[in-house]
Design a protein around this ligand. Sequence first.
Ligand code: FES
Length: 129
Amino acid sequence: MPKLTVLDKTTEVAAGRRLVLAIEDAGVRIGHRCGGIARCTTCRVQFVAGEPDTMTEAEYQLLNERGLFGQYRLACQIVCDHDMSVTPALTADNQPQWSGDTGPTPDAMVQPKAVWQPISALKASHPPA
Ligand code: FES
């Protein structure tokens, strides 16, 4: 089983678990204000280790639209298939205006339907803005 480290706490995760849900499973109230459909970026994380070298087109497009490409990854667009260590940017604890509402519960499957591509191929076909 892959290991996930979030804010210095390490847990084992079922292989294939969406990262946003695995982070919640670990007790961290990460944002997912769009419900995990690659619309809001509140699930964004910084990788300490284990950043995937593939990305969904939805993640690539949204990160570029928001000027976040290269700084963050979207936890709703990643599955835990190897060991990872991440730091969530936005949580209910550091976003008091959410009043504890991290957003609708994301589906177990990545949405929109995921097609992961090498980041290098995405950059080649759609250069970052
Ligand atoms: S972009 Fe909204 S939950 Fe990931």
